[in-house]
Every structure is written in structure tokens, then in C-alpha cells.
Design a protein around this ligand. Structure first.
Ligand code: ADP
Ligand code: MG
Length: 629
């Protein structure tokens, strides 16, 4: 490697400052990136206790010159930038020259390194102090061992998460680095258990190492170039989708990035092929001239800023859309060819415009005449009314056209032909129903076997029997859960769900919440979970669907509440079991329903948010009849 320079403060200040050593995963990241920068094509990573007690990274890269071993640990020591211009043309991964120094300041580090021209040398640093130094035989390359993180800063130790969580973060990171560096063979183990081993034989092999053989059947290559931009890698087929974004790897100039405009372009390209809440798979690398992208936006270098983000968006969108389109049309052609080889594909018949027009006309005529019939019938009815009582007919029309200002209606000779529907707002006064008043009401009847009608002093209430019952059932289910009255129903055949490392972590974090809802769920080894029971409240639950939706929460940062997880399922169950509109309820049933609704805690809306009690006052009705204005 080139000689190490100490950065001038003015250059250093131009770089977003930030803690390098935030957590074990950030140390692993810095160390691997150093190995990559040193030209290594073999990197071995071992972590213990989530990296808290020990992280070892060894590589077969260029090594560090003996003279430079000490200065590598000085703040702002880097061999990668000498002056300010270099800052804007960074092609290497590490460039702040503070990683090793920051790491060594808060842990116990041993480095053994050998270049081709030198003998192996080692240095030991504890809490930033050199404690040992000297020659040590080693193969060419660098070995770095970081032990006892934050041993001298107990305050920061407290911020470390449980070892399993730190491990999961490292595993996720290593997966991304394997995908971003397909020509480097990377071996990774946690607590001596081998997790990934990539061959360094290209991207397809890297995807195999991270996602397994099955994924290889569900991806298509992408290679798209326009001007200075290029997009390469693999896209998931449109039939291959995932419940969250953790299966998306996006790189810019071979560097893994997060939260970029590329994510948006990706989602939009797949939009027409995929349902909501489904996410495509991808491992893509966007190549762009280094001076058109700013990688220093985020201290841990996960965010990038493009000089011309519109152009980037447009390019990515067309690259992915066109690739998908080509794949799908090619596939359709292949299917046609293989399934029906005897059929000749020919140009579609020319469309006879006049013919279509005539047909359309006929159907229009038909449509019009039906409409006309209806109108005449309506008119007949009106006439019937008006012959008996002309005042009544006028009022009916006025009521139906209540959006039309009164004066117009009175002064116009012709009666309006188009009768607009009164808007919901005009009919329903969404007042908060006074529960006490409501409870002292009398059932005076029902309409259409659907609406219960109640009278109380000057008020009339209409209750939608289905919506009201739905609400009551829903509330009952919720209170069972809140009072811990849930029971489980064992499944005849347990399900297993397969997940990735992030999803595994997420499920583990939420196991007790799922169990509190009545799910029998437990880790089943090797990235899978066994589901042996479901809440008895939801005997018809679609288990795979439920867990797919559940894993979608991985994308949300807000704290989940257990009840929210099954709210939709409960609402659906309530809807299914509630009496329907049209069901002929007995008087007793009506009374039970009406009383239940009046209970102090019931929200007067169905679980889908529609109101189920509508109130009319005597005044409203008087106005209909113009008793008052
Ligand atoms: P930076 O990577 O930003 O230059 P670091 O603190 O990460 O700063 O590393 C300091 C220097 O130590 C590097 O510039 C490089 O010269 C040397 N170095 C670190 N790790 C390795 C490695 N694995 N192989 C060769 N040289 C290394
Ligand atoms: Mg570095």
C-alpha cells in the first residue's frame, strides 16, 4: 500500500465527522473495507458474542509496511488521500483515516501484517496505548483482532445490544458485503459456526452463498447502459416477491448503499407487476462517474447524494422496466412457442373502424333506450303523483335535487331531468350520539330488515344492524385479548416458515408478543420457525399470509402493538359472524343489539370506520316538510 499520510485538519473537516465505532457491525465494516482496499481476494471473518468479545478479520491483501504499522493507528492516518482533490475522486472504500485509531482507542487490538517486501510485524494496542510491538512471522496480508470492545468506556458498553442482535446486524452487513464484492472469497463465522462462504467466482455465486440455491431459479440478469450510467446485477422475477425490503441490495460503484432514490425507482418499476406490500428481490450495482456522486453524506457511508438525481431516477426506472418488460415478453413468446408450436403468430387483423363504430352505436342505442325507458317510467310515476297531488310531486323533486339552490328550482319552468343523488353529508348528520339519551329510546320498528329505528324525545335513530353487531363482536374479541383471555388452538399440521437473518432477528424480538396473542411459535433451527398453534379466536387464519404481513412490519420503525397485528383478522371475523343486512331479527335480538351498542365503551362506528348510528332530529324532519325553514 502507498505511504500513509496524516490528513491536514482542513481536509479532515470536509468529511462528515462521526463515530466509526458505533457498534460491532461498524467495526467489522471498517475492517473488511480496509481489506478490500488492500486488494485482498480472500477475507476471513470470525466473530464471538456478537463481536463484543472478539472480532478477527484476516486477509491476503497488500499488508502494511512495518514503518507504517504505528502510524496506521494515528487519528487521520490514511494512505488513501493526500490532498483535497482526492476527496472528490474517491474510488476506495475507506478514506477518513480514523477507523483503526478509533477502534484501537476503545478496545484491545492486535495487528499482524506482512507485505511482500517485508517480514511480518505485529503491534498490540490497548485503549489507544501501544503495549507491544515487534517482528512476527505471518503469511502475506493482514490479520486484525479486536477484543473486549468498550472495555475502557463502560458508559458506551451499556449501549451495546444483546450479542444475538449485534450478531444479526453483522451477519446482515457481511451478506451485503459478499454481494457487493462477488470477486472476493469471503468466509464468515459466528461463535465458530460457519454462516457464509462465498467463492469469489462472480455475482451468481455470491447470491448462492447468501440466499441459497433456490433463489437462483427466481432471478434474471440485468445489464443496461446509457451514456455514463450502467446498471448490472440480478433482479427477482415478477413472481418472486418478499414481504419486506431486506432482500434488496443496492450498490453504487460497488459500494452498498441504503435509502437512495434507486429504491424508489426500483419499487416504481415493479409497481404494475406486484401487489401492495410486496417487495421485489434485487442485487444491483449502479455505476456512475465518481465525480457525479457524493458518498460523504452519511458518516457510515450508507447514503449517497447524486448531482443529478432526476437523471439517475429516470435511468434506473427505464433500466429495470425495460429489462422486466423484455423478460416477460420473451417469456410469453417462449411459452407460446413451446406450448403451441403449430400456431403461427401473425399480425392482428386490421380493425375496421366503421364496423366498430356501428357496433358501438347499436349498443349505445340500446343503452340509451333502456335509460329512456327508465326515465319515462319515472316520469309516469311522477305524473301519477302530480295528477293526484301536484304539490307533493314538486316537493319530491325538490328534495331529490336539494343541491340546486331554491330560487332556481322555483323559477325554472322545466323540471330538471338529471336527478343528482343527495350527498351522504346531506342525509347523515354525523353528530356524536349522546349515549344516555340513546339508551332511553324505544324501538319503534325496523326497515328492510336492515335498519332498526328508535325514537327518543325529539330524536330518531337509525341503526345499521350488521355494522352495529360487527362492532360489538369486534370489541368482545379485543377485550378477550386485553384481559389475557386468549387461548391457543393447536394446528393439526404445524407450519414452518423460512426467513433470512434479519427476519429471524425480528421474529425473535417479537416472539413473546406473538405468543401472548395465542400463537404457538418457536425457533426451529437454521433460519426457520415452527408454528404449532394459532389464536382460538381466529380458527380460519391464513397462517402464511399472516406471517408474510407480520414480516412486513420490519420496514416500519414504530413500536408494534400486539392487538394491531390481528386487528384486520379480528375485524374480518367480526364481519363474517355478525348478522347481515336483510336478516330478520326477533324483537329480543333487536333489544340486545340496541342495548349492547349503548354500552359506555362502544365506539359508534363499525371496525372499518363507518358510522352505524345515524340520528335525525324532529327539526330535520320538520324541515323536509317545510314546516320550518
Ligand atoms: P482509512 O481506511 O480511512 O485510510 P483506516 O484507519 O481504516 O483509515 O486505516 C488506516 C490505514 O491503515 C489505511 O490507509 C491503510 O494504509 C492501512 N490499513 C488498514 N487496514 C489494512 C489492511 N487490512 N491491509 C493493508 N493496509 C491496511
Ligand atoms: Mg479504513
Amino acid at each position: 500500500m502507498a505511504k500513509i499520510n496524516i490528513l491536514k485538519p482542513e481536509i479532515f473537516n470536509k468529511i462528515s465527522a462521526g463515530e466509526v465505532v458505533e457498534k460491532p457491525a461498524s467495526i467489522v465494516k471498517e475492517l473488511i473495507e480496509n481489506s478490500i482496499d488492500a486488494g485482498a481476494d480472500k477475507i476471513n471473518i470470525q466473530i464471538y458474542d456478537g463481536g463484543i468479545t472478539k472480532i478477527v478479520v484476516s486477509d491476503n491483501g497488500s499488508g502494511i509496511e512495518p514503518d507504517d504499522l504505528e502510524s496506521a493507528f494515528l487519528p487521520h492516518a490514511t494512505s488513501k488521500i493526500a490532498n483535497e482533490d482526492d476527496l472528490y475522486n474517491i474510488a476506495t472504500l475507506g478514506f477518513r483515516g480514523e477507523a483503526l485509531a478509533s477502534i484501537a482507542a476503545v478496545s484491545q487490538v492486535e495487528v499482524i501484517s506482512k507485505t511482500i517486501n517485508s517480514n511480518g510485524n505485529s503491534i498490540k494496542i490497548s485503549g489507544g496505548e501501544i503495549v507491544a510491538e515487534g517482528e512476527k512471522g505471518s503469511p502475506a496480508g493482514t490479520y486484525i483482532c479486536v477484543e473486549n470492545l468498550f472495555f475502557n468506556t463502560p458508559a458506551r458498553q451499556k449501549f451495546l445490544k444483546k450479542p444475538k442482535k449485534e450478531e444479526s446486524d453483522i451477519t446482515t452487513l457481511v451478506a451485503k458485503l459478499i454481494l457487493a464484492n462477488p470477486n472476493i472469497s469471503i468466509k464468515y463465522s459466528a461463535d465458530d459456526k460457519l454462516i457464509y462462504s462465498s467463492s469469489g467466482q462472480g455475482l451468481k455465486d455470491a447470491i448462492f452463498a447468501v440466499y441459497g440455491a433456490q433463489t437462483l431459479n427466481s432471478i434474471i440478469p440485468i445489464e443496461f447502459e446509457r451514456g455514463n450510467y450502467k446498471l448490472t446485477g440480478y433482479l427477482g422475477k415478477t413472481s418472486f416477491f418478499k414481504p419486506n425490503r431486506t432482500y434488496q441490495t443496492i450498490m453504487v460503484n460497488n459500494r452498498y448503499v441504503a435509502d437512495s432514490i434507486i429504491n424508489v425507482a426500483l419499487s416504481q418499476s415493479y409497481e404494475s407487476y406486484m401487489m401492495k406490500h410486496c417487495f421485489p428481490f434485487c442485487v444491483i450495482n449502479f455505476s456512475i462517474p465518481v465525480n457525479e456522486v457524493d458518498v460523504n453524506v452519511h458518516p457510515s457511508k450508507l447514503e449517497v447524494r447524486f448531482q443529478d438525481s432526476r437523471a439517475v431516477f429516470g435511468f434506473i426506472y427505464s433500466a429495470i422496466s425495460e429489462t422486466l418488460f423484455n423478460y416477460l415478453t420473451q417469456k410469453t413468446n417462449e411459452e407460446v412457442e413451446t406450448k403451441q408450436p403449430e400456431i403461427q403468430l401473425s399480425k392482428p387483423e386490421e380493425v375496421d373502424v366503421r364496423k366498430t363504430e356501428t357496433t358501438q352505436n347499436t349498443s349505445n342505442d340500446l343503452g340509451m333506450s333502456i335509460l329512456f325507458d327508465n326515465l319515462t317510467q319515472d316520469n309516469n310515476r311522477l305524473e301519477l303523483h302530480s295528477s293526484k297531488d301536484s304539490v307533493l310531486s314538486e316537493i319530491i323533486i325538490e328534495k331529490l335535487t336539494s343541491q340546486t339552490p331554491k330560487e332556481t328550482l322555483n323559477t325554472t319552468e322545466e323540471k330538471p331531468v338529471f336527478v343528482p343523488q343527495p350527498t351522504q353529508q346531506q342525509l347523515i348528520k354525523e353528530e356524536i350520539v349522546d349515549k344516555d339519551a340513546y339508551l332511553s329510546s324505544q324501538i319503534i320498528g325496523k326497515a328492510f330488515n336492515t335498519f332498526v329505528i328508535l325514537e327518543q324525545e325529539d330524536n330518531l335513530y337509525f341503526i345499521d344492524q350488521h355494522a352495529a353487531h360487527e362492532r360489538l363482536l369486534f370489541d368482545k374479541f379485543v377485550s378477550q385479548i386485553k384481559n389475557d383471555n386468549v387461548s391457543s388452538q393447536p394446528l393439526l399440521l404445524p407450519y414452518t416458515i423460512e426467513v433470512n437473518y434479519q427476519e429471524e432477528q425480528f421474529l425473535n424480538e417479537n416472539l413473546s408478543m406473538l405468543q401472548s396473542l395465542g400463537f404457538g411459535i418457536e425457533p426451529f433451527g437454521n433460519l426457520s420457525f415452527k408454528i404449532s398453534a394459532i389464536p382460538s379466536l381466529l380458527p380460519d387464519l391464513n397462517v402464511p399470509n399472516f406471517f408474510s404481513n407480520f414480516l412486513a412490519n420490519l420496514n416500519n420503525y414504530s413500536q408494534m402493538k400486539s392487538i394491531d397485528l390481528i386487528r384486520d383478522d379480528l375485524a374480518e371475523k367480526a364481519c363474517k359472524h355478525a348478522v347481515k343486512g336483510g336478516d330478520d331479527l326477533s324483537k329480543e335480538e333487536l333489544i340486545k343489539l340496541v342495548r349492547g351498542v349503548g354500552d359506555g365503551n362502544v365506539t359508534m362506528q363499525c371496525p372499518h370506520g363507518r358510522p352505524f348510528v345515524v340520528k335525525f332530529t324532529r327539526k330535520d324532519i320538520d324541515k323536509w316538510f317545510r314546516r320550518i325553514v
